[in-house]
Design a protein around this ligand. Structure first.
Ligand code: PBG
Length: 319
């Protein structure tokens, strides 16, 4: 009876799995994100075959970049031999049906750990420069599209980057490559474990000049209007569970599909509490993700995707 009247569903078709890819031939478990791994290129493809069989049809790739390859500009971000382009090729060769999304931002690649290009001034102050960054993001997006990415996902929060990336993609004939814009990405403390996983924490300062103030909801609508006008195909809210009102606002006020990113800190709170025996992992994870769906998200990026896929396959009537 409950099932007949249920208003919201959570299925594996709604899940996108964020994955980390690194140089070399080793896979290393990520201590700060239990259950997640930094994959080497060869093994990420094999893992994608397993995920695809579980019903996960989209992965989002993040690069782990050794310090020696970082520079002030973040130029490794558009190296066609970088780990992300190589991983795209390997995944597409092994699992042609897998949708491959890639993160576009400079923080794993530049020495500052900032999403954009940093300009330092003589008096010791600094600025993340918007327009120069947008040019760099276009180079990174093109590098991923040439390697076969299906969805470009700019997470940097610079102004005007969706229009610029769209134009750059179209100019090279990548009209079918979609853009999932991080529309409302908040300056959140819940990203901490992710930055540990990538070694990408800001070396100084914070990200508050470009990521949004957690106090603001209407600003998210303004960002959404800009992204719609610039040609985004999907809009994202991040983090997810602390921002359910923002997800609902974007769903009601735009006609684009809405994604929500259940970020590292949100995932880890449940994992840590479950490891201490304080919360039931399965029911808390499923309830969190269902809440994100109820708020209006069409798709959810979550580190729990493989585990959730297994749970959902077990007995749908009980989920
Ligand atoms: C940076 C980026 C971040 C995340 C995704 N892309 C961190 C940040 O903005 O500092 C966070 C993901 C998570 O916490 O799970 N471009």
């Amino acid at each position: 009876m409950r099932g007949l009247m249920r208003e919201t569903s959570l299925s594996v078709a709604h899940l996108i799995y964020p994955m980390f890819v690194q140089e070399g031939e080793q896979n290393t478990p990520i201590e700060s994100l239990p259950g997640c791994t930094r994959w080497c290129v060869a093994d990420i493809a094999a893992e994608c075959e397993r995920l695809y069989k579980l019903g996960i049809a989209c992965v989002d790739l993040f690069a782990v970049v050794p310090e020696a390859k970082k520079d002030a500009q973040g130029s490794e971000a558009w190296n066609p031999q970088g780990v992300v382009p190589r991983a795209i090729g390997a995944i597409k060769a092994a699992v042609p049906g897998m949708l491959v999304m890639t993160d576009v931002a400079l923080d794993p690649f530049n020495t500052y750990g900032q999403d954009g290009i940093v300009k330092e001034y003589a008096d010791g102050s600094y600025e993340i420069v918007n327009d120069e960054t947008v040019q760099a993001l276009c180079r990174q997006a093109l590098c991923h599209a040439r390697a076969g990415a299906d969805i470009i996902s700019p997470s940097d929060m610079m102004d005007g980057r969706v229009a610029a990336i769209r134009a750059a993609l179209d100019a090279e004939g990548f009209t079918a490559v979609s853009i999932l814009s991080y529309t409302a990405k908040y300056a959140s403390a819940f990203y901490g474990p992710f930055r540990g996983a990538l070694g990408s924490a800001p070396k100084f300062g914070d990200k508050k000049t470009y990521q949004m103030d957690p106090a603001n909801r209407r600003e998210a609508l303004r960002e959404a209007m800009a992204d719609v006008a610039e040609g985004a195909d999907m809009l994202m809210v991040k983090p997810a569970t602390m921002y359910l009102d923002v997800i609902a606002a974007l769903k009601e006020n735009t006609h684009l599909p809405i994604a929500a990113y259940h970020v590292s800190g949100e995932y880890l709170m449940i994992k840590a509490a479950a490891a201490s025996g304080w919360l039931d992992e399965r029911s808390c994870m499923l309830e969190s993700l269902l809440s994100i769906r109820r708020a209006g998200a069409d798709m959810i990026l979550t580190y729990a995707a493989p585990q959730v896929a297994e749970w959902l396959a077990e007995n749908s009537a009980l989920n």
